[in-house]
Design a protein around this ligand. Structure first.
Ligand SMILES: [Zn+2]
Length: 106
């Protein structure tokens, strides 16, 4: 995982932090991540995005998705606890019915 993070945040060719992302979708993914060295050889017509901004946006989106999933899990847990309480009531009622039947059938 750490190695993967390094791959994401460091230029594979120059081993320094990535600063910008090339918006050209025709080139390979790993060539779209640019460090200061990569940017020296870049044409001025290339459209760029800030790597940090994209990284922060992705992180924020992931955080929001996690919150949604956590909320759904919390709601599910409450439903399960509710079902458990109802089941307990049913078991208690069943047991008292069985006891009653046993008493009547003696
Ligand atoms: Zn580079």
């Amino acid at each position: 995982m750490i190695e993967y993070e390094d791959e994401l945040t460091q230029c594979l060719k120059h081993k320094v932090p990535i600063l910008m992302i090339n918006c050209d979708k025709q080139i390979k993914r790993n060539q779209r991540l640019l460090c200061s060295e990569c940017m020296k050889n870049l044409e001025s017509t290339v459209q760029l995005m800030s790597f940090q901004k994209v990284f922060d946006d992705i992180r924020e989106t992931q955080k929001q998705k996690i919150e949604v999933v956590e909320n759904e899990i919390t709601i599910s847990i409450k439903h399960i606890e509710n079902i458990k309480k109802r089941l307990l009531v049913i078991i208690i009622q069943y047991n008292s019915i069985i006891r009653l039947i046993n008493r009547k059938c003696r």
